[in-house]
Design a protein. Structure first.
Length: 394
């Protein structure tokens, strides 16, 4: 074998150029990967505009619509990468099983949906609404094949996924994990779980995926992984089955982003089903519920678990909005104080994601959103908050 010096000068020159090219390319590739890992993007989560909840039984949902409109205006100014809507766009129940809609005409739900679309039409076209998913008001507390079909016709497929800068987001139809007793609905839930498993398998095989995030209307649990089932969480058997699968997969989600509760519940994490999962429950962009007369709209895990265990939303409302717990005296004056669509209560949650660092988040009232510097990338809105790293994708 000849030494390098034994090759003609022209060949030695070409070899040196090739070596230099590959060295520079490797450095550039490594730097690009490091930059991608250290860069971040912002997402804004909207939950429960629920047009019609204030004037229950009436046709005035202008207060809730004003809150959503103002939030969309702030979103346009702040320019997040994208937004998500985690359900309960309308207050009108699709099923009306127990007369929840009172004397309202059957077309009121369509009217509320039309108003939601009107508000969302204000969104800057450069800011995509990446995911929208059903709540219990879209499908009914006891969903049927008919309400599932109606939702699909109105809003599209109730579950889906997308990848953004190395983060795999998966959104779910959570109502069928809370109640699947109607004919054919249990089979729909099983198909969604099988689809979810395939999504996680694909995420594990994708070398560009650094973490997985779930989105759902109803939290799988709101205060404790094994809390009593009720209006505000998934059925316990579904929790064990679905989260037992996700958290023991090769791409376990680190975060589940939810709504439904009309209040904020944070710092809830459990490893009961495998890899730790944080569940973040976000208050309403329309009309928050000040359960038990809360002045902050934030609840401890124990407080949230107790309210979520109510057998229905109506029972929770009667016991924790009109009353201060089961068995206490009703005070109907409190109702008007505890449910209001006002800009220092209604709001949205801001998330920052990074493939290399993880995620962090904070709730902002509409008034507080208005105080943030635009765009979000220069705002420092979440500076000082700790990052939570994603689970390794194996």
């Amino acid at each position: 074998m000849r030494s390098f010096q034994a090759y003609p000068t022209r060949h030695r020159y070409n070899a040196l150029l090739a070596a230099l090219f590959f060295s520079v390319s490797f450095v550039l590739l490594r730097n690009n990967n490091n930059n991608a890992a250290s860069s971040s993007f912002f997402m804004i989560q909207l939950a429960d505009p629920q047009f019609g909840v204030l004037d229950f039984g009436g046709l005035n949902w202008r207060p809730e619509q004003l809150m959503l409109n103002r939030t969309v205006i702030e979103i346009n100014r702040l320019k997040p990468r994208f937004i998500v809507m985690v359900g309960d766009m309308q207050n009108y129940y699709q099923t009306n099983t127990n007369g929840e809609n009172g004397d309202l005409a059957p077309n009121v739900g369509e009217m509320q949906v039309a108003s939601i679309r009107e508000s969302l039409s204000l969104l800057d076209p450069s800011i995509p609404l990446q995911a929208i998913m059903p709540g219990n008001h879209e499908l009914g507390d006891v969903p049927t094949l008919a309400t599932l079909a109606a939702y699909k016709e109105q809003w599209g497929t109730p579950h889906g996924s997308f990848v953004e800068d190395g983060i795999h987001f998966i959104y779910l139809n959570s109502q069928i994990y809370q109640n699947s007793v109607e004919t054919g609905v249990a089979a729909v839930a099983k198909r969604q779980t099988k689809w979810l498993q395939a999504q996680l398998t694909a995420a594990a095989a994708d070398t560009h995926v650094a973490g997985v995030v779930l989105l759902a209307h109803i939290p799988p649990f709101i205060g404790d992984a094994l809390e009593s089932p009720g209006w505000g969480n998934w059925a316990l058997d579904q929790r064990r089955q679905v989260l037992g699968m996700t958290q023991q997969s090769k791409a376990p989600p680190r975060l589940c982003i939810c709504g439904h509760f009309h209040g904020n519940v944070e710092h809830v994490e459990s490893a009961a089903f495998g890899a730790p999962l944080e569940v973040v429950t976000t208050s309403s962009v329309g009309c928050p519920m000040m359960w038990n007369g809360s002045t902050t709209g934030f609840y401890t895990p124990a407080q949230a678990s107790a309210i979520a265990a109510s057998p229905s939303g109506s029972a929770a409302f009667n016991n924790y909005i009109i009353r201060n717990g089961q068995g206490t005296t009703a005070n109907y004056t409190e109702r008007g104080l505890r449910i209001q669509a006002v800009s220092d209560r209604s709001g949205a949650r801001l998330f920052e994601f990074s493939a290399g660092k993880g995620y962090r988040h904070k709730w902002f009232s509409i008034d507080a959103l208005g105080e943030l510097q635009a765009p979000l990338s220069a705002s420092g809105a979440l500076d000082g908050l700790a990052w939570t790293t994603f689970h390794a994708v194996l």
